[in-house]
Design a protein around this ligand. Sequence first.
Ligand code: NAD
Length: 242
Amino acid sequence: MNKVAVITGGTRGIGLETAKLFLENGYNVAIFGSRKESVDDALNKLSLYKEKVIGYFPNLTKEDEIEKTLSKIYDIFGRIDVLINNAGVSSNTLINDYTKQEIDKIFDINFKAPFLCCKAVVKYLKQTKGVILNTSSMVSFYGQKSGCLYPMSKFAINGLTKSLARELAPYGIRVNAVAPGITKTDMVKNLPENMIEPILKNIPLQRMGEPIDIANAFLFLASDEASFITGDIIKVDGGIIN
Ligand code: NAD
């Protein structure tokens, strides 16, 4: 039976590229998106893998919706081996400009959703000695000069990763995170030039990351080749040094 990966935010950018790579490597994949239209659109792009890929749009802040969706995936594919918490929103707001709405949105998607997805998936991963992969960020190491809630949420992701790695190791479940550097997706298109330019100057490999660079790291960390790696935050950022 094929291994099964569940990927949140699997409808575009890093998540969609990761879904494609896992499918190419023999996994069955369930993608989560925020809306039916974006899920349908992504499934069209993955139509080569018809029976091996399914998509849902649960509200990632509602525990019961996540549980019901994982249960459907388990009924269809018969197992769950990998959860990739990839959905996320960025921010470049200055501290005094934050509204309650934006504060709630960042914490809901970047903090609460990965926690709830981990909580709901553990019972399945205990059966398969599976893997949780979180999506951190380069800014989880040194912050950024606007949009403090974004790095704050990614520091939390590192904490979740390191703590769950310890809690779940006795069940054979590994938990790691990938910390992408600046990567060519819609998320970066929305950031102002003056935020991106100085970062590019500090990348020793002299290019932006591509979604496939991050997907490759996820695939490795999910594989048996990474069976002695847990609780780590792997930087995939071209060697950026602040
Ligand atoms: P993207 O904007 O292209 O994709 C974000 C994904 O998150 C989409 O699939 C979207 O559907 C999903 N999402 C957003 N809001 C959601 C909601 N309310 N409910 C459900 N899903 C929702 O971004 P990306 O660059 O592919 O980012 C993927 C991950 O990588 C994020 O966690 C991001 O923080 C992280 N990251 C990206 C970069 C970068 O430079 N692109 C750098 C570091 C970390």
